[in-house]
Write a protein that binds this ligand. Structure first.
Ligand SMILES: Cc1cc2nc3c(=O)[nH]c(=O)nc-3n(C[C@H](O)[C@H](O)[C@H](O)COP(=O)(O)O)c2cc1C
Length: 227
């Protein structure tokens, strides 16, 4: 198989698996999404994580479902994204995973909308209230109501599939699992509240995040402050 054939096969396998889950019954009108922008915003430089014991963080880690109503600061979002990504190993050192985030509750520095994290800054994908689209993308829409931020782990399949066989599709999900565990641990170490989310519809998330066909949403993670 050529690299192009492997990429096409993985993209269609991912779509076929997505079709085995029924979408939310909430309507999703892609044409009503705020337009795609090409703005960039600088994020605050990441700060060192608080000095807390690894056993304490590991044992305290939980999935949280009832965060406070507050927005998060850009410094907190930047810290979670930076530390989770840089401390995550990936098979073959491939950098196929990226993080996008949807801000439902605007803070002082970042408006509501969709962002793509790019180490040190964020590309503003869409500015505006996308909460209804987010709710309709999730199998548990309440995550969009209670959490101020939802992160999405996106796998860019082109790079790895130019190098590896189609079987790497499986390994990419292991990479995503490693990243999700780091999201949990960094969130806990920072005194924030988080929850992994596998229940979403890829096609809707891809529209919301304005993903290319070779960028596959593989996991989500809700982020907030403990109540
Ligand atoms: C890969 C993964 C996917 C998950 N997806 C969901 C989800 O879609 N919805 C949800 O409510 N919880 C989800 N969770 C949270 C689990 O239900 C939770 O981790 C599990 O019940 C154990 O609880 P704990 O994390 O507090 O130890 C997910 C967790 C993982 C690791």
């Amino acid at each position: 198989m050529t690299a192009l054939e492997r990429i096409e096969a993985v993209v269609s396998l991912h779509a076929a698996l997505d079709r085995t889950v029924s979408s939310s019954e909430l309507p999703f009108d892609a044409d009503a999404l705020p337009p795609v922008t090409c703005e960039v915003v600088e994020l605050p430089a990441p700060m060192p994580l608080p000095a807390c014991g690894f056993p304490d963080v590991l044992q305290a880690r939980r999935s949280r479902y009832n965060p406070a109503a507050d927005a998060l600061g850009a410094d907190e979002i930047s810290n979670v994204l930076h530390h989770s990504l840089v401390s995550s190993p990936t098979a073959g050192g491939m950098r196929e995973l990226t993080l996008s985030f949807v801000l439902s509750r605007p803070g002082d520095e970042l408006g509501a909308g969709v962002y793509r994290y790019a180490r040190g800054h964020a590309e503003v994908v869409r500015l505006g209230d996308v909460r209804e689209h987010l709710r309709a993308s999730l199998l548990q829409p309440e995550f969009a109501d209670v959490f101020p931020v939802l992160l999405f782990v996106v796998a860019n399949v082109e790079g790895p599939l130019e190098k590896y066989a189609m079987r790497h599709y499986r390994t990419m999900h292991v990479d995503a699992g490693v990243l999700v565990q780091n999201l949990y641990l960094v969130t806990e170490a920072m005194g924030l509240a988080g929850c992994a989310i596998a229940g979403f519809t890829d096609g809707r998330v891809a529209s919301l995040l304005n993903l290319a066909t070779t960028q596959l949403p593989v996991m989500a993670f809700a982020l907030g402050r403990p109540s």
